[in-house]
Design a protein around this ligand. Structure first.
Ligand code: ZN
Length: 57
């Protein structure tokens, strides 16, 4: 009976993916009518550390 415990990936914490983040540009002009181009978002991507497995071997 061998019990193997997998260590959750510290990078994605077992989520297998890196969630995309949205950042608003620091150069905020204060115009509420034009706020579309000032936000940059990165898409979800597979965790490069565990390669989508969610744990370290
Ligand atoms: Zn990971």
């Amino acid at each position: 009976m061998t019990e193997k415990k997998c260590t959750p990936c510290p990078t994605c914490q077992g989520k297998k993916i890196i969630e995309g983040v949205c950042e608003v540009s620091s150069e905020w002009r204060g115009t509420k009518d034009e706020q579309s181009d000032d936000t940059q978002c990165t898409p979800d991507q597979t965790c490069p550390t565990c390669k989508g497995k969610g744990y370290e071997e």
